[in-house]
Design a protein around this ligand. Structure first.
Ligand SMILES: *Cc1c(COP(=O)(O)O)cnc(C)c1O
Length: 441
């Protein structure tokens, strides 16, 4: 029961904590005229740009900064120019220029991600997953996914897209200590549950999956295997970490703005024409009518750039993660998966129970200018607050904070979390470290 003096008008059903923040803003922002709204919005954008783009150190795993060339080709006015159907037979006449984007983006994405066909029209990976569930399963079918504590995404689970499609969700057997699917139990599990779809790939991916082994078990059970590469797409684009489509995933889904470093949105890539055609129909006219074609310009440019620079970028992201994990461990943090060498991706997970859980620890770091999030850890009991902090090195890599700067990052984090130093004293040092960044990748 919420015991606030006033309930939020935006979301009176939200948590007490959220309603406190909302009501504070609702009273500060109420009654503005149009000029007042413009000022409030401009101030908010300026503050956000300073914090994330100019001053802070962003270790949040699910974000990135686009390259200068990709940013330069994003033309906002294209977003409100509706575009429906294939080039050559558009519902709207006169869109021949956009046809170039709509041809380049899928060709470049398919080639880069190791496939033959790419569906690039969907606005988010959540919708990409829903399109696949629509294409490959019917309501009432079973979908087998990674447990939430192992990074299984909301869009894989009953509260998200899988539930919206009316699928019955079962958790894949998982070996928490090994940070891996339990392959000893997988084949019998799939034979028993008979899922139409198996989804692997997660929001925390310290290590690659054994895709070939999962595919073999899927074949026995008649399941379509989806690899959700939302977080690791930038590594895969760099021909590092693993090759899901070459190793047997039927379909790869991905966010285009996390390690991939492109515009917000999604791609669905496959080598199979029949699966691609089904996905295409689910995307349009299934889940989109008009879509934001402006995304496709930075997407095509990002894909073309990664075809050239991806290997060096992926190597640097992974080297940064290993360096940061080692430095965090040396600074007194408990880094997850220590017995396994912490990570072979760009992700690092840190145990956060000692700091009041992942959310609490992330808030303390944000006060000092370091931005990231909490994450559940595979070993933790279900329903508990997130026991870990999740780190991704993709953005610091792009911004020129390489492996040699990771001890300094770990030191800032230790001052904020382990030594409990006043964030106001640490923040200037965060900004100074960010300002000292070298040439990015
Ligand atoms: C972030 C994420 C998504 C969702 O991506 P959106 O583009 O935000 O919808 C899907 N799957 C996984 C594993 C993710 O980490």
């Amino acid at each position: 029961m919420v015991t606030l003096e006033a309930r939020s008008r935006v979301a009176p059903w939200a948590s007490e904590r959220a309603q406190r923040r909302l009501t504070e803003l609702e009273s500060a922002l109420g009654g503005l005229d149009a000029a007042g709204v413009v000022r409030a919005v401009a101030d908010a954008l300026g503050g956000h740009r300073r914090a994330f783009d100019e001053e802070g150190i962003v270790l949040y795993a699910g974000t990135n900064t686009m390259s200068p060339r990709a940013l330069a080709v994003h033309q906002a006015s294209v977003s409100s120019r509706p575009s429906m159907g294939w080039p050559g037979e558009k519902f709207q006449a006169g869109l021949d220029h956009l046809d170039v984007l709509e041809t380049l983006a899928p060709l470049r994405m398919a080639a880069l991600m190791d496939g033959r066909y790419a569906e690039v029209r969907l606005q988010s990976a959540t919708l990409a997953n829903l399109a696949c569930y629509t294409a490959f399963a019917r309501p009432g079918d079973t979908i087998a996914v990674l447990p939430e504590a192992a990074g299984g995404h909301a869009s894989h689970h009953a509260q998200g897209a899988a539930g919206i499609r009316g699928l019955r969700v079962v958790d894949l057997p998982y070996d928490a200590a090994g940070f891996a699917i339990d392959h000893a139990r997988l084949p019998a599990f799939l034979r028993r549950e008979r899922p139409a779809i198996v989804v692997i790939g997660a929001s925390l991916m310290l290590f690659p999956h054994d895709v070939a082994a999962v595919r073999a078990a899927c074949d026995e059970a008649g399941a379509t295997l989806i690899y959700d590469a939302s977080h690791v797409a930038g590594l895969i684009a760099g021909r590092r970490f693993q090759r899901p489509l070459a190793d047997g995933a039927h379909v790869l889904t991905m966010s285009t703005y996390k390690s991939f470093g492109g515009p917000p949105g999604a791609a669905i890539v496959t080598r199979d024409e029949e699966l691609a055609e089904r996905v295409s129909a689910a995307a349009y006219p299934g889940l989109t009518a008009n879509y934001d074609a402006a995304r496709l310009a930075p997407l095509a440019v990002t894909a073309a750039e990664l075809a050239e620079t991806g290997p060096a970028y992926a190597d640097a992201c992974m080297a940064g993660a290993t360096a940061l994990a080692a430095a965090l461990q040396a600074s007194g943090f408990a880094v997850a998966a220590a017995e396994l060498g912490w990570t072979t991706s760009h992700h690092v997970a840190v145990e956060a129970d000692a700091f009041g859980g992942g959310d609490e620890a992330a808030r303390a770091l944000a006060a000092g200018g370091i931005y990231l999030s909490g994450i559940g850890l595979p070993g933790q009991p279900p329903g508990e607050p997130m026991g870990g902090l999740r780190i991704g090195t993709q953005e610091v890599t792009r911004r020129g904070l390489g492996p040699d700067r990771m001890p300094a990052v770990a030191d800032l984090m230790a001052r904020l979390l382990i030594k409990g130093e006043d964030p106001a004293r640490v923040r200037p040092d965060t900004l100074a470290l960010r300002a000292s960044a070298g040439e990015g990748l």
